[in-house]
Design a protein around this ligand. Structure first.
Ligand code: ADP
Length: 474
């Protein structure tokens, strides 16, 4: 069953119960008030008749000092005659509760008569036929006798009023229920609208439309739920895109890897086949063997690089405090005496936190790339500066430069700007990918600025991790 129908049904049940119970008590209350009034009137009537009887008994000329049964009957008949048209019925009984006089139609039942006690008035509601009566009984003392006077008052109208009240209230309740059900239907539909919108959004997202968001139609708890749902959907969408990008990158990596593997392997197989199937002269024999050797070396270098990347990706940094002098000293040893490119080292003394071998590897890769990209004689600069956020390293060259598009992709594994040039230098497009992974471990990334034909700068900032690092920057 739909949630809106459940709300509707519960409201109808609650309302029907409330109206039913309320109506019952209301009609009954009115009835009880009317009955109380009728009781009082019945008592008054009985009282008046009692008084009238006693007065009449005094006025009867006394032959004897006793009030004869015949006189009692006569007074009873007279009282009834006087009250004709009022529907008043009376019954008179003697000391032994034997009936002396009873109006026509007076009930034959003597239960009330038997229960009348001295100085008290007894009541009972009786329903002998289709009529309802209040039967009132009291003791009267006339001359020397103690008699019992009972009266009957017709209260059928009060009962009919109650039945009519119930019927009117039932019809009114049904009308109220029908009208309020229609109103409640619209209210429950309006109240559950955010839920329907959320369900629609969930379905859309299940069907693959991750950018779909639920419309927020209120500012209450449901509105908050919609906001939270949309926020969750946003995070999920981001994660999904990230996963898709990762899957794509992995596929690209595998495609590039198999391509990089296939090219040298084809050459190696070709030359090996040539060597085993033909008798070559000494020079051709050497060239073929040399080709197999260099390509094999390239494959070896590639597999080592790949291994480095995988290890770096999975690894965790074991940082040590490093004096930048150690890194620049190493670079000076490697390139200071280089004749092909004049190297300059400009750096401020300082301390950083990281893994010295990994950082040496990054700087070595960048310096190597700068050498490969620059014509002989072009200068290469390696800089070190203290900055607010960390220690800044940069490798600057005046080489071939890199286009904007290549700059964006250059750190992807196997991405090479100039394939033949890279391969001839034993490269496989893995150096910068490795640098990126190492720098990621150190909490920073590679910043590349380059202009085609003018040169490039590869820079990164190792963030300060300890008090000593940041103190070292001053
Ligand atoms: P490789 O190991 O083949 O050198 P890298 O990942 O180190 O691969 O470099 C990727 C590509 O970026 C190379 O093909 C190279 O052409 C280009 N590149 C790297 N450094 C520079 C630079 N300083 N100037 C111009 N091109 C560069």
């Amino acid at each position: 069953m739909k949630f809106s129908y459940k709300i509707l049904l519960s409201c109808i049940i609650t309302m029907a119960a409330a109206l039913g119970i309320g109506g019952y008590f209301f009609v009954n209350n009115v009835f009880e008030a009317s009955m109380e009034r009728e009781m009082e009137q019945a008592a008054d009537e009985n009282n008046i008749l009692q008084f009238a009887f006693e007065t009449a008994a005094l006025n009867i000329p006394a032959k004897y000092d006793l009030l004869q049964n015949s006189a009692v009957k006569e007074i009873g008949a007279n009282l009834e005659k006087r009250g004709q048209g009022t529907g008043r019925l009376l019954r008179l009984s003697d000391e032994n509760r034997e009936i002396l006089y009873a109006s026509e139609g007076f009930v034959e039942d003597t239960q009330l008569l038997a229960s009348i006690e001295e100085q008290t008035r007894a009541y009972q509601v009786i329903h002998p036929d289709e009529h309802y009566y209040i039967q009132t009984g009291a003791e009267i003392t006339a001359l020397d006798r103690t008699l019992y006077l009972e009266t009957m008052r017709d209260v059928t109208a009060v009962y009919e009023e109650r039945t009519r009240g119930f019927s009117v209230y039932r019809n009114l309740m049904l009308l109220i229920l029908v009208v309020s059900s229609v109103i409640m239907f619209f209210i429950s539909t309006w109240l559950t609208r955010p839920i329907r919108l959320l369900t629609k959004a969930t379905k859309k997202m299940t069907d693959g439309d991750y950018s779909y968001r639920a419309e927020q139609v209120s500012t209450d708890e449901m509105g908050q739920l919609t906001l939270d749902f949309n926020h969750m959907a946003g995070v999920l969408e981001e994660n999904i895109h990230q996963l898709e990008a990762e899957v794509q990158a992995r596929e690209d990596f595998i495609a590039a890897f198999s391509h990089e593997l296939k090219t040298p392997l084809t050459a190696v197989i070709g030359y090996a086949d040539l060597l085993r199937s033909r008798k070559l002269d000494e020079e051709k024999h050497f060239l073929s063997a040399n080709y197999i050797y260099t390509e094999g070396k390239r494959l070896e270098a590639m597999s080592l690089r790949l291994l480095d990347i995988i290890v770096t990706k999975r690894g965790e940094l074991e940082p040590q405090e490093i004096d930048v002098e150690v890194l620049f000293g190493y670079l000076r040893d490697m390139y200071g005496e280089q004749k092909k490119h004049p190297f300059t080292f400009q750096y401020e003394p300082g301390r950083i936190c990281g893994e010295v071998d990994l950082l040496k590897s990054v700087l070595l890769n960048l310096a190597d790339n700068a050498c490969k990209a620059s014509d002989p004689g072009r200068p290469i600069e390696i800089l070190g500066r203290k900055r607010e956020e960390g220690y800044f390293f940069a490798v600057k060259d005046e080489g071939v430069g890199i286009s904007e598009e290549d700059c964006r992709r250059i750190t992807e594994a196997f991405y090479m700007v100039d394939k033949s040039r890279s391969r001839s230098c034993n490269g496989a497009g893995l150096g910068l990918a490795l640098c990126s992974e190492i720098l990621k471990l150190h909490g920073c990334s590679l910043e590349i600025t380059s202009t085609l034909g003018k040169g490039s700068t590869f820079a990164f900032v190792i963030p300060y991790r300890t008090e000593t690092d940041s103190a070292g920057k001053i």
